[in-house]
Design a protein around this ligand. Structure first.
Ligand SMILES: [Zn+2]
Length: 298
């Protein structure tokens, strides 16, 4: 091998190592799920972090550039991203990932959405008019969405279709074992009453048998008001709730204020991957949520 051919190999090597599928996820949980399925065949990017409210981010130029290069856009859907995703898609003008094309994947379409039957009042400003979009908070939803996602990844990138199915099989097996181990721990949580900041936890509650007794937001999407918080103090100062739950991006003052006046413990739970130091992947995310709930319930 002469010096020139060695040089050529060095130039080509990084190209050969590039991922085959560029994934633009709206939220970290979907970037993580695509990576679980595709491993190094996918290059996953998340538009939001766990420390941002996915309802409200800026459609920044850097995000438009990412959508322009994407082969697959994965979002929760059900209008969670209505304030920014349509702008990104329009400005990126990437036909591969427009709604209706195979490169556009809305995770919440594949599961039963809480409140999708019309029991929300849009006129009052509820930001979940198509049902609750925070579907990642139930491991069975994740399992169902993983199957649909692996299928879609194989459609877009047919050369790796078998690899995505193998990735799915490995993930599904580990995920169902993890789900079983979570379910062995969570009996003490059944029937516990929660007040949540935003209606982000309905799928977790359904899975664990938690009872949501109120929210700090009087209507989903409207920040807690002093009047509403005062009403909650009157209602809960002598009991009636076991935890107050918020996400890392929500203003802790409201939950702490209520906690101080009622004695109900206030806990911060990661809503997605990256929500705290421990929640580094989907498995650790649920490990962490369950351990924090169990600790608070003792
Ligand atoms: Zn929401």
């Amino acid at each position: 091998m002469n010096a020139r051919s060695i040089g050529l190999i060095l130039i080509l090597a990084p190209i050969a190592a590039q991922a085959d599928l560029n994934v633009f996820a709206c939220e970290p949980e979907w970037a993580a799920l695509a990576t679980e399925i595709g491993q190094d065949r996918v290059n996953s990017y998340s538009a939001t972090t766990a420390l941002q409210d996915p309802h409200y981010i800026q459609a920044r130029p850097s995000l438009i550039a990412k959508v322009r290069k994407a082969d697959l856009v994965i979002c929760s859907g059900a209008q969670l991203e209505i304030g920014w995703l349509p702008v990104l898609l329009q400005k990126a003008n990437n036909r591969k990932v427009m709604p209706g094309s195979s490169g556009y994947f809305e995770a919440s379409r594949f599961v039963d959405r809480f409140g999708a039957t019309g029991d929300v009042d849009r006129a009052k400003g509820d930001i979940h008019p198509l049902g609750n979009p925070h579907v990642q908070m139930n491991p069975y939803n994740i399992a169902t969405i993983a199957v649909a996602l692996a299928q879609r990844m194989g459609e877009i990138d047919a050369d790796n279709s078998d690899a995505y199915q193998a990735g799915l099989a490995g993930f599904s097996e580990r995920w169902s074992k993890a789900t079983e181990s979570w379910e062995q721990k969570v009996e003490p949580l059944r029937g516990r009453r929660v007040i949540t900041h935003h209606k982000s936890w309905v799928y977790l509650e359904r899975w664990l048998g938690l009872v949501e007794v109120s929210n700090l937001e009087a209507i989903p999407g409207l920040p807690p008001t002093a009047g509403h918080l005062s009403q909650l103090v009157s209602r809960f100062e002598h009991g009636g709730a076991d935890f107050i739950v918020r996400s890392p991006y929500q203003d802790r003052r409201a939950s702490n204020w209520l906690s101080e006046r009622t004695g109900i413990p206030s806990i911060e739970l990661p809503l997605t991957v990256g929500g705290n130091d421990r929640a580094t992947d989907l498995f650790n995310l649920f490990d962490d949520i369950i351990d924090r709930l169990l600790e608070a319930s003792q």
